[in-house]
Write a protein that binds this ligand. Sequence first.
Ligand SMILES: [Zn+2]
Length: 233
Amino acid sequence: MKIQDDILSYREMCDIEGVQTLQRGMNYRLNPRYTVILMSQRSNAPYQDKIHEDGITIEYEGHDVSRQSYQHNPKDENQPSKLPSGRLTQNGLFIKAVEEYKNEKREPELVKAYEKIMDGVWSLKGIFELIDYKIVNDGKRNVFRFILKLTYKNVLGNKDYKQVEISHTRIIPSEVKKEVWKRDKGRCVICGETKNLHFDHDLPFSKGGTSLTVKNVRLLCMKHNLQKSGRIE
Ligand SMILES: [Zn+2]
């Protein structure tokens, strides 16, 4: 089974991660083997996420300082890598992981990215390797941008995992998922099932296309998703 693009309720997502709630965007080593990030791309989302040309690399913006008071605007301040006490923030932990990886002291940190499609509807964007970061000035302050590359190695030892050629995939942009969810009304387009859904996409890349659009993405239930992959491979 492909684990990318599966659709989950908030509860299912928390259960998979073995936690009561997931509140923060960045959760370094939520699990002994990996980190979890949450992404949200509503038009008024506080952070912007960007997909690179290669279709498998995303940039994830770091978190702001916490709000000190009603008047305090965290968006006026540089994003912090340390707390006043000297302890590393989530940004700091991510940076440390990147630097150790670049100095060949460790393998890249594995990051599971979930994205919010709408209230109560989440999708697993995929499992990524945290390979780099940069500091960007957004016009009034410095923000971190973490570089994450999709991996198709069966890094988490999932026994149901189906190997997919990385050269034949692209990340479906969150905006596209959101529109597809609305168009297909949260149901499998073949049988109308509303559980165990998955965003299924054709491969426009191999036909010379460069991006996934609403036209080549649809909702399928687990059964029809499996049937489809059985035909292709
Ligand atoms: Zn179906």
